[in-house]
Ligand binder design. Structure first.
Ligand code: ADP
Length: 240
């Protein structure tokens, strides 16, 4: 019997990112290559300043790498005009940041509808359905400032899932959350992976690392596959 390898959905090749501020030059990414396959959850770890946020921004097409390329579903997203990157992102990628996932002047429902309208296809799940899934079915008309921190995180997740993306990129999604919200976010990310989504999570959380299929460690802008201690390996379990 032949086994078919799951398809690579997200691929980064030799990513470099320089920042120049006056005389100062920082090399935030030094030739980072990675792949995330369908249904796979990859955790990215590393100390502060190691390039994690820069990497995520380049993968999401929110930032342009100085060198190398990013492909999503085989389509190059890097080195394109910003409007094209935004269009590809809306169609293929869900992005979950620690904050600023929502536009403050729009209701949470309209925040979820915004990326759905940008794509212009009938969404797999309506904004109301997505908000119900994250436990905000009663708060669809609320403005972001009327939500608690945990509710904001859940609304951000609904926005990230608005177009049933093939790739989900999350930057410390559980950083400042209460235990219950952290658990909900992890369960939902896991569910998306089980349905074939490629999930990449920048994290400091032992819980997230323990549940990831692979761990990539960034140090000083370079990446290496990390081996986990035996105690953190084993069957993923977020459904305690
Ligand atoms: P991490 O997310 O792992 O904390 P970052 O990706 O934020 O790391 O930063 C990596 C390096 O790039 C750091 O040295 C940081 O100071 C630098 N850096 C990040 N963003 C900028 C920027 N906009 N301008 C200049 N330097 C930056």
């Amino acid at each position: 019997m032949t086994t078919v390898e799951p398809e690579t959905v997200l691929a980064a090749r030799e990513l470099y990112r320089f920042y120049r501020a006056g005389e100062e030059e920082t090399l935030a990414l030094r030739g980072v290559s990675l792949r995330v396959r369908q249904g796979e959850t990859v955790a990215v770890v590393g100390p502060s300043g190691s390039g994690k946020s820069t990497l995520l921004a380049c993968l999401a097409g929110l930032d342009e790498p100085s060198g190398g390329e990013v492909r999503v579903g085989g389509v190059r997203i890097s080195h394109r005009p910003e409007t094209e990157r935004a269009r590809l992102r809306a169609r293929h990628i869900g992005v979950l940041l620690q904050s600023r996932n929502l536009l403050p002047q729009l209701s949470v429902r309209d925040n979820v509808r915004l990326p759905q309208r940008a794509v212009g296809k009938r969404p797999v799940a309506s904004a109301g359905e997505l908000l119900a899934q994250v436990g905000l079915g009663e708060r669809t008309h609320a403005l972001p400032r009327q939500l608690s921190g945990g509710e904001l995180a859940r609304a951000g997740l609904a926005v990230a899932l608005a177009n049933a993306p093939e790739v989900l990129l999350a930057d410390e999604p559980t950083g400042e959350l209460d235990g219950e919200t952290e658990h909900l976010v992890l369960v939902m990310l896991r569910e998306r992976a089980a349905r074939g989504c490629a999930v990449l999570i920048v994290t400091h959380s032992v819980e997230v690392v323990r549940n990831a299929d692979r761990v990539i460690e960034l140090a000083d802008g370079g990446a290496a596959e990390a081996t986990r201690p035996a105690s953190q390996q084993g069957v993923p379990d977020v459904t305690r």
